[in-house]
Structure formats: structure tokens, C-alpha cells
Write a protein that binds this ligand. Structure first.
Ligand SMILES: Nc1nc2c(ncn2[C@@H]2O[C@H](COP(=O)(O)OP(=O)(O)OP(=O)(O)O)[C@@H](O)[C@H]2O)c(=O)[nH]1
Ligand SMILES: [Mg+2]
Length: 279
């Protein structure tokens, strides 16, 4: 397998030379980008899509958030979606059936036992899927990558995504935001989702947002419900601002940090599962 890891240095200033020590696929993509930039008379910041990861525990609303972004922004931006499921392409099928984006722009990567590996340790399958999508539908503005839903520890490698959203929901309880973890603490955006359900589960949303903001040293937290138009607008604005920063070379992809050791149920494994970490 070719090594698809590549560093995400800040984009070079216009006219500055930059390092092309990537693998062949990236070199190809960059050569194309550079040709486009040179045709416009300058070497610009990255012209490929903003690759935006969406991670978070099972059922917090990652697919729904992606569907929302597609429904709200596909008229304005050229979008693509990659989903990661452990054994199925269920998330991709859900998104295709939502009818919010051309079904061909939604592709699934099946990750095998550990969804974390595919978004963090060996991102090759995901990178190839993203690059194929970018090539087939060029030029794309944003490619959204959904991680396999798992627990609180999943984060994307900055070799795969430029920015990442971590999704919690109020139904998981108000305490979750205080418990921290790399995604909660350092994702580019933390979403506290399904705020419409807060009265039913006894969660104080402003308090949960305040706790999360403290856990994140002031990084942004968005209280979201698909039924709350103002919160949907705020999500759209965040995506627009991140895309503008990416295009300007002003956004440096961050690594939220390694995942904690965790356990996967696995019927094929003699001990019934695998405890491992991705440090
Ligand atoms: N009330 C309410 N329900 C929501 C909202 N967003 C998502 N949901 C529901 O939450 C459930 C899970 O949503 P998904 O988008 O499938 O969650 P997910 O994180 O992609 O799930 P996995 O991929 O299985 O981990 C679904 O029943 C959604 O309809 C919301 O804003 N409000
Ligand atoms: Mg999903």
C-alpha cells in the first residue's frame, strides 16, 4: 500500500516555494492544483476541498448533521460525503435515501473491526475515497467524512481531515461534556446536538455548553437542533468560515490527540474483543 500520510503544514505564502515530498497521488493532486494556480498567475493556498471530519459517540446525530449540511449548503457549495461503518454501508444508504445530495457523491468506506484505525492510524482507504470523490466531482468545496460511531475517544488524524466536528447529544446527559477526551477537548467545533430533547431528559443546555466551553479552553461549542433554525444557521456559518480560512491558508489542521485505550466487542476474537489504544 502506498503511504498516504502527508503533513499539513500551513499553506505557503503566495509565491513561496513549498515542499512536494508527498506520495504520488498527492503529488499528482498538488501538481494539478499548482497548474490551476499558475494559470491564474500565482501559487495560491490549497485549492482542493476542505476535508471536514464528523466524529462522536453512536447515535449522537453525525449522519443527521451531515444531511443537514448537505440540505442547507448544497445549493451554495459543491459537496461530497464519505461514511465509515464497521461492517455495513448503512450510514451511506441513510444519507443517499435522505435525498439531500446526488447519491453518487456519497460513498462508504467499510472499516472492519476498529473504526478508529481507519480515521487515525491507517487512513489510506479514507484518503483514497476522498481523493476519488474530489477527482470525480472536481472541483468540490467540502468533503464531509463521518467516522464510525463508537465511544468518546474517536478523533481523526490531521493527515485525513483539515478540520473536525465532535458531536455529543443532550440525551447522553449533561455530564458528558465535563468528562473531556480529545474530541470534546480539542475538536475544531463541539456540537451539543438534539437540544429540542433537553426538557425531556432534564438537561440544562446553557450549563452543558458552559461546561464544554470550559473543558475546551474557550474553543467553540454549538448547541444544535435540526428543529432550531437559528442553530442551523450558526452551523452553516461555521462551515463557511472554516472553508474561507482553509482557502486562505489561514487554518492549520490540529491533532486533537491520541485516543484512550478502548475495547471492541468482536465475536471472532477468542477473548470476545480487543482492548487496544492508538497512541
Ligand atoms: N430530536 C432530535 N433528534 C435528532 C436530531 N438529530 C438527529 N436526531 C435523531 O438521532 C438519531 C441518531 O441520528 P444519526 O444521525 O443516525 O446518528 P449517528 O451519530 O450518525 O449514528 P451512528 O452513525 O449510528 O453512530 C436518529 O433517530 C435521528 O433522527 C435532532 O436535532 N433532534
Ligand atoms: Mg451515522
Amino acid at each position: 500500500m502506498p503511504d498516504h500520510t502527508h503533513d499539513h503544514q500551513p499553506a505557503p505564502a503566495p509565491g513561496q516555494p513549498h515542499d512536494h515530498a508527498h506520495d504520488h497521488a498527492h503529488a499528482h493532486a498538488h501538481a494539478h492544483d499548482d497548474a490551476v494556480a499558475q494559470a491564474r498567475g500565482h501559487i495560491a493556498a490549497p485549492t482542493r476541498s476542505l476535508r471536514l471530519g464528523v466524529a462522536g459517540p453512536v447515535g449522537t446525530g453525525k449522519s443527521s448533521l451531515i444531511a443537514l449540511v448537505c440540505r442547507e449548503l448544497s445549493g451554495e457549495l459543491a459537496l461530497g460525503v464519505i461514511t465509515n461503518d464497521i461492517y455495513t454501508d448503512e450510514d451511506a444508504r441513510f444519507l443517499r435515501s435522505a435525498g439531500v445530495l446526488d447519491p453518487e457523491r456519497i460513498r462508504a468506506v467499510e472499516t472492519g473491526a476498529c473504526p478508529h484505525t481507519a480515521i487515525r492510524d491507517d487512513v489510506t482507504a479514507n484518503l483514497l475515497a476522498v481523493e476519488d470523490l474530489e477527482e470525480d466531482f472536481a472541483p468540490l468545496d467540502v468533503v464531509l467524512v463521518e467516522s464510525g460511531g463508537d465511544n468518546l475517544t474517536a478523533t481523526f488524524s490531521p493527515a485525513l481531515v483539515d478540520a473536525q466536528i465532535f458531536v455529543l447529544d443532550v440525551a447522553g446527559g449533561g455530564d458528558v461534556a465535563r468528562k473531556g477526551g480529545p474530541g470534546i477537548g480539542r475538536a475544531d467545533l463541539l456540537v451539543v446536538n438534539k437540544t429540542d430533547l433537553a426538557p425531556y431528559v432534564g438537561v440544562d443546555v446553557p450549563q452543558m455548553v458552559a461546561d464544554a466551553t470550559t473543558a475546551r479552553d474557550g474553543r467553540p461549542v454549538l448547541a444544535l437542533s435540526r428543529h432550531d433554525a437559528a442553530s442551523v444557521e450558526a452551523l452553516k456559518d461555521w462551515v463557511r468560515v472554516m472553508l474561507a480560512a482553509h482557502r486562505a491558508g489561514a487554518h492549520v489542521p490540529q491533532d486533537p490527540g491520541p485516543m484512550a485505550p478502548h475495547f471492541h466487542a468482536d465475536e471472532d476474537h477468542p477473548a470476545g474483543g480487543i482492548l487496544h489504544s492508538h497512541a
